[in-house]
Design a protein around this ligand. Structure first.
Ligand SMILES: C[S@@+](CC[C@H](N)C(=O)[O-])C[C@H]1O[C@@H](n2cnc3c(N)ncnc32)[C@H](O)[C@@H]1O
Length: 252
């Protein structure tokens, strides 16, 4: 589950989600923020380049973003406003914070990179204030990019398809989510349709080739990979990436 994300690939996926997704992550996170009172202390675990910083900052007296990627944090620091504290750290070796330091902890498409789910959930629980909330957003177990799986299976020869992607989803749904349900006093799981509808094969291919899943199962050069994905989309009339978003809302 080693993490290897490039700034441009992540930016490309974020841009595609904003333009082509049925439900935006912004909408999902705004609904989560309804539970969070103004002037909260917010931790954004796996914050990346700060895609949702403005949203979180609207409810934050203090915002802390933690990420393992120096490049993404560098990108974040170029656009952040005053008041954000950015920390380069693994979620599995978090800096020491006092118990109850945060009113809300968000982890958006990142918590599944943990190597120590039980310890991490325990740690996050202890970092929350008494009535604090943990919001975890990630891929659904049942409907997650079957079109990309098919593309991997049919077109790409190389390291063997889709194994690593399943490791992340398994980690999320088999270890992390059950641990949250065990440890927190209340927890809910919602599934939201966040499928992407692309206007052209070029856009479909650009998105698909920027996913870790496709990069990990392919030995092809970027240009050839893109050409194959475009051809696949045209031949199969495939302009969809079906994705449900799992949202876990847990109260300490
Ligand atoms: C798909 S990106 C999501 C970024 C951001 N939350 C967003 O939604 O735009 C996954 C993020 O998790 C971070 N990450 C991966 N493994 C990590 C770890 N062990 N500890 C902290 N961050 C990690 C990556 O650097 C990356 O920023």
């Amino acid at each position: 589950m080693e993490y290897n994300e490039s700034v441009s690939d992540l930016e490309n996926r974020i841009r595609a989600h904003k333009r082509f997704s049925k439900t935006s992550l912004e909408k999902v996170l705004k609904a989560c923020l309804d539970h969070v009172h103004n002037n909260s202390k917010i931790l954004d675990l796996g914050c990346g380049s700060g895609n949702f910083y403005e949203l979180f900052a609207s409810k934050a007296q203090c915002y802390v973003g933690i990420d393992i990627s120096k490049d993404l944090l560098q990108e974040f620091s170029c656009k952040r406003q005053q008041g954000a504290l950015l920390i380069n750290s693994s979620m599995d070796a978090l800096p020491v914070f006092q118990h109850g330091s945060f009113d809300a902890i968000f982890s958006v498409y990142s918590i599944y990179y943990t190597m120590r789910p039980v310890d991490l959930v325990k740690n996050l629980h202890s970092l929350l204030s008494d009535d604090g909330y943990l919001f975890v957003v990630g891929p659904s177990k049942s409907t997650h990019a079957v079109e990309i799986n098919e593309f991997c299976k049919k077109i790409i020869v190389g390291k063997g398809p889709v194994v690593k992607k399943n490791v992340r989803i398994d980690n999320f749904h088999s270890k992390i989510v059950p641990e949250i349900f065990r440890r927190f006093s209340t927890a809910n799981l919602d599934e939201v349709d966040g499928s992407l509808y692309f206007p052209s094969s070029e856009e479909w291919a650009k998105y698909v080739c920027s996913t870790p899943q496709v990069r990990e199962c392919s030995d092809l050069h970027a240009e050839e990979l893109l050409a194959r994905a475009t051809e696949y989309s045209e031949t199969n009339n495939c302009l969809l990436v079906s994705k449900y978003i799992t949202v876990v809302t847990a109260r300490k």
